[in-house]
Ligand binder design. Sequence first.
Ligand code: IMP
Length: 432
Amino acid sequence: MPAIVIVGAQWGDEGKGKATDHLGSQVDYVVKFNGGNNAGHTVVIRQESGDVEKYALHLLPSGILTPGCTPVIGNGVVVDIDVLFQEIDGLEGRGVDTSKLKLSANAHVIADYNRTIDKVTERFLGSRKIGTTGRGIGPTYADKMNRIGIRVQDLFDEKILTQKVEGALELKSQILTKIYNRRAPSVEQTVEGLLAHAERLAPYVCDTGLLLSQALDRGDVVLMEAGQATLLDVDHGTYPFVTSSSAISAGACTGTGIPPTRIDQVIAIAKAYTTRVGEGPFPTELHDDNGEFLRKAGWEYGTTTGRPRRCGWMDTVITRYAARVNGVTDFVLTKLDTLTGLAELPVCVAYDVDGVRHDEMPVNQTDFHHAVPIYENLPGWTEDISGCRSFEELPKAAQEYVEFVEARSGAKISVVGVGPEREQAVVRHPLR
Ligand code: IMP
């Protein structure tokens, strides 16, 4: 078999790219199963020469950087074709071979009108805005569910494509012009834009569900990598402040065509503290010097939009919830080194909601908005831990922090990240 799923445990940006990269050469296929170019993975690789190369990926699966690995964009992804080729060209320019990439014929394509609608809707919502990345993600998923979406396979049949664009624009041009006072693109304009790269796209396109199923039959290792994270999942996240796709482990099944019975391992990535981009509730958010410390020390600025991330203490109600809804078998706790130098480390263990203690995520949105963290304070450490490679090398306080979070999160913490580079990790239990 084995099929492995990697998910984010919090609100995204937990360092999934690094974890995927950590599995590196042991993986034959890395599959992106949801989201689009709203994501941002930064992967740092030290070359044989000793030089450090940093790659920011938005749409391509991080496995694209691993020689021998086949990167796959699954049917659950929404694809901006222009961005896809910008990333391919960028990597090729740096000597990365992208020829093995496979793209699902059933993945949906982000049309120009959906980028516009995403941006104008946010402006229209004013104080009720979601804080989207403005990449057209939500409107494209809405079209998919509305059955007026454009799929990758449509780009190879101009007649069908034109009919579908006509159908979609019939309503959308009314919305753009009459509600938002914007000029709608013409059918020809949209079709032309979508067809611009069709010929170049063709060699990458296939039935990725079949490809992956056959790979599993052969005993190859297939890693399915979520975009965004548990609390941004459209069903299980902090709705409506979520993305529009399934970002939990179950999304790997619908987004790839691999059934649940074939999944062996679910790895959740959790940061040693918490961050969030965009709007929405965030109980442990810090508005003080500690928040600023985390933002600076952890370089918490969005990979996709450059926005400063909101920062807060570790929240084990969230990681426990993530363990439950994803069926987590292993946690990877990233960026423990960012906490170095803080005298005290409060960890949220429960919430107080209007005088009532909640040990689990409140099901009611209003309650979550009112949640006040109940903290337990752990001692910090001052030693530089970036060179530690075994759990025993970590200062006692850092070990206790990891053990405390593990005990409350409901699954073992197998790897602890102590720096941005691939080898800057403490492996407590090998992931494979
Ligand atoms: P959308 O995915 O662009 O529709 O944005 C919806 C919400 O998800 C916003 O709050 C975004 O900031 C957030 N979001 C989307 N992608 C990411 C990501 O990769 N990391 C963190 N937040 C994200």
